[in-house]
Design a protein around this ligand. Structure first.
Ligand code: SAH
Length: 461
């Protein structure tokens, strides 16, 4: 590939053909790859080159020569600067189409799989206000509290009055906290000096129940004017069921510390996915888009093809949401997860739903799954929902040895998904169907669920 085609500072015309991992447009100048922030597939642009590397260059839009029909004006006035969304300038239909294409490209190029039925991405009817968890960094600028989001690629906080992908109630919560900090001169944490009191505001909303939790993450214990703050919050937002302080005095990028103190109301809020009830605490993980989670889990249930007789493994089970969904239709479900607290939540969630046919194990999947197999436990159906890096080979090898009829793979990263599908394909598990589900509209996150069945040599179970 030539790298003497484009020159820094010069301008070129480019057609945007694709989109990159961070939502940037991708085009070519005489075959040389150029990334353009804000470029939409279908755009003809005049750009100025800002950076040239061996295999690619980065350019900035100077003029929309012929805009793509899929280019739209973002709903959010700070969409360009905020690091939260990446694709608000692309029509929602086109966002879904691009996600489907990403999944297809990975399955073809990395997975080298043919004859796979890849469905169109299931999107949301109303792709707005879908998140049930918000995390606002807190800072100070010109002696005023700033609560909002990090500016793209920086640690600078952008003040926001309303976030288009968060629940509306956040607008009111943030407004109360800004007012409280200004009125009582409460300091904000400063990353560089490690000084200052309020680090983050975390909110959780039960979409079905309407219950709300507000978590103040503080660099210290004593909250100034605590009574006034609580009074103001519950006066303005009567739906609040829980106010929690989380103490994080470490110099770290991690948002949450380990210690939680309930300041008002309950330690937990309640929400439902389908008929299942979940307790959500300040520290526990819960899927952030409850509407699409239901769509995803119903697909998992459909692909699992349960009759009530099956033993099922739910590997990387988190707080056991998929396990509990499947347990309603299976004989027995084993959930495996590395985080201790998540397994405690999984057990509690099983209990509050009266589900008795689940068993949860803490540990690395690559150790626990082979150990259970050695103890003589096998599966008729295996569901995996690994983190971005995909499944360890030990997990896949043990699945193959267990020889389940079906494997259902839930993935948040199409490239490791394609790698793992190829690995299983070579060992007798054929990928039948792939269904991408849009869990995170206006971002480049791609989630997909896959059905594999055993088609290898030998007797099927
Ligand atoms: N299935 C769950 C969560 C999936 S996210 C749900 O739908 O809610 C992936 C999970 O894998 C996380 O909970 C993470 O803690 C867990 N995890 C990461 N590495 C792991 C490993 N090596 N072994 C077991 N679990 C792991």
């Amino acid at each position: 590939m030539k790298n003497n085609v484009v020159e820094k500072g010069k301008s070129y015309e480019v057609h945007i053909a694709d989109i990159g991992h961070n939502g940037e447009g991708i085009g070519r100048v005489e075959g040389f790859t150029v990334f353009v922030q804000g470029g939409v597939p279908g755009d003809d642009l005049r750009i100025k080159i800002e950076l040239v590397k061996k295999n690619y260059a980065v350019g900035k839009i100077i003029k929309l020569v012929n805009p793509s029909p899929n280019r739209i004006t973002p709903v959010c006035p700070i969409a360009d600067t905020c690091g939260g969304c990446q694709t608000q300038h692309i029509s929602y239909q086109e966002q879904l189409h691009l996600k489907t294409n990403t999944v297809k490209a990975n399955i073809e190029r990395i997975g080298k799989l043919e004859d796979v039925l890849i469905h169109d991405t299931i999107g949301m009817e109303e792709p707005a206000r879908y998140r049930n968890k918000a995390q606002f960094p807190v800072g100070r600028l010109d002696n005023q509290a700033v609560i909002g989001f990090y500016k793209k690629g920086t640690h600078e906080i952008v003040n926001t009055s309303s976030c288009y992908i968060q629940h509306e109630v956040n607008d009111r919560i943030v407004a109360v906290l800004r007012r409280y900090m200004d009125q009582y001169n409460v300091s904000a944490f400063d990353d560089e000096t490690g000084m200052g009191f309020i680090r983050h505001i975390l909110t959780k909303v039960g979409f079905t129940t309407g219950e709300i939790m507000v978590v103040l993450i503080t660099n210290g214990r004593k909250i100034p004017y605590l009574r006034e703050l609580i009074q103001e919050l519950i006066k303005e937002i009567p739906e609040i069921k829980s106010i929690v302080q989380n103490i994080n005095m470490k110099k770290t990028n991690r948002v949450l510390g380990d210690e939680c103190i309930t300041l008002f109301g309950e330690d937990k809020i309640v929400d439902y996915i389908g008929d299942l009830k979940f307790h959500i605490s300040a520290l526990s993980f819960f899927q952030v888009n409850p509407m699409q989670t239901k769509v995803l889990y119903e697909k998992a249930l459909e692909y699992a093809g349960l009759t009530g007789e099956e033993t099922v493994f739910d590997v990387y089970c988190g707080i056991g949401t998929i396990s509990l969904f499947l347990a309603q239709k299976a004989k027995k479900v084993y959930g495996i997860e590395i985080i201790d607290a998540a397994i405690e939540d999984a057990r509690e969630n099983a209990r509050i739903n009266g589900i008795e046919n689940t068993e949860f194990y803490v540990g690395k999947a690559e150790e626990v799954v082979p150990r259970l197999y050695k103890q003589g436990i096998t599966a008729d159906v295996v569901v995996v929902d690994p983190p971005r890096k995909g499944c360890e080979e030990e997990v896949l090898d043990t699945i193959v040895k267990m020889n389940p009829k079906r494997v259902v793979y839930v993935s948040c990263n199409p490239s490791t998904l394609a790698r793992d599908l190829k690995y299983l394909d070579e060992r007798g598990y054929k990928t039948i169907e792939v269904q991408p589900v849009d869990m995170f509209p206006h971002t480049t996150h791609v989630e997909a669920i896959v059905l594999m069945t055993y088609c290898g040599s030998g007797e099927k179970k």
